[in-house]
Write a protein that binds this ligand. Structure first.
Ligand code: SF4
Length: 309
């Protein structure tokens, strides 16, 4: 058996930076993280072992003054900063700079157009409803932004009004492009049918901004090339990670012999569903942007033990 860990898998820059910040801040005193620092239970448990306490928004509202709260890479809406300020809480902001920049762009767009009362604009976020990053992005628009997860939800939009489209950083480039095409198609249908906005001379703008993080988008091609070259792929990812679910599907597309596990303990049961000799295989281990390298190494070690026993 040849077992290889994909060198392009593992934490993205933003997650690495947030974890490093936590590790640097923990020795200085008690530290809470608002939400799981990363969508990977094993890594959260490791950092909790070092003293990091994971809290939710209700906990934030009852923390005593001078508590220290780390904001993870996904970013937060302005209301979180406001609550922290009101309660005298020290914020350690580990928002990924790429997400921060996106928040700034959305806020600037909102500020620029919020008073266009004659033709109220629609800021649209292509993303997963309820995802922490999306909540942070919606917050930049006073929660007026419309979240679209898939094309079927486009009926929520008024195509005769301006549309400003942005994307959650971890969505797929293809999905974004196809959403742009679908919006264009609905707008031209409206024009061709002679149904325009109430102001006849008005042609509603449609601006779209591909704000997908290339650190994630570029992974798909790399991951698929890796998966294709293996006889068996073991994808390691957290059950709560949307990025893990998407990347796992990308692997299955090119190699149906792909299994998903969150911990090495799940390995034996998942492998039992495959009817082949491990000893003759090329096995590849890969993961999401939230999968730590140490966990993929543990899976490799367990697999080696399993094969030898
Ligand atoms: S995926 Fe990109 S934008 Fe999101 S945290 Fe990682 S580096 Fe930042």
């Amino acid at each position: 058996m040849i077992c290889t860990i994909d060198s392009n898998s593992g934490f993205c820059f933003g997650v690495t930076r947030a974890i490093k910040t936590a590790e640097e801040e923990l020795p200085k005193g008690a530290l809470c993280c608002l939400g799981d620092i990363v969508h990977n239970g094993q890594e959260v448990a490791r950092l909790e072992g070092l003293g990091l306490q994971t809290i939710d928004n209700d906990d934030l509202r009852s923390l005593p003054p001078h508590s220290r709260v780390l904001l993870r890479a996904h970013g937060e809406p302005p209301s979180t900063y406001w609550i922290a300020e009101q309660r005298g809480i020290e914020v350690i902001d580990a928002t990924c700079p790429v997400v921060k920049k996106l928040q700034d762009r959305i806020r600037a767009c909102y500020e620029l157009h919020k008073n266009d009362e004659a033709v109220p604009p629609q800021i649209v976020i292509y993303g997963k409803r309820g995802h922490a990053e999306v909540i942070g992005l919606q917050g930049q628009t006073n929660n007026t932004a419309i979240v679209i997860e898939r094309e079927e939800e486009l009926d929520q939009l008024d195509f005769s009004r301006p549309i400003y489209l942005f994307s959650q950083t971890t969505k797929s480039v293809e999905g974004f492009q196809s959403l742009v095409e679908a919006i264009e198609a609905r707008r031209s249908l409206l024009r061709n049918n002679g149904i325009t906005s109430s102001r006849e001379d008005y042609s509603a703008p449609f601006e779209y901004h591909d704000t997908i993080c290339r650190s994630v988008a570029n992974r798909v091609a790399q991951l698929q090339a890796f998966a294709k070259a293996q006889d068996l792929v073991i994808f390691v990812g957290g059950g709560k990670s949307s990025n893990a679910k998407v990347l796992y599907k990308n692997c299955v597309e090119v190699n149906p012999n792909t299994i998903f596990i969150s911990t090495p303990d799940e390995l034996e049961e998942k492998l039992s569903t495959f009817n082949f000799q491990l000893s003759t295989l090329k096995v590849g281990i890969c993961g999401a942007t939230s999968t730590p390298l140490w966990l993929m190494e543990k899976v490799r070690d367990q697999l080696t033990d399993f094969y030898q026993s």
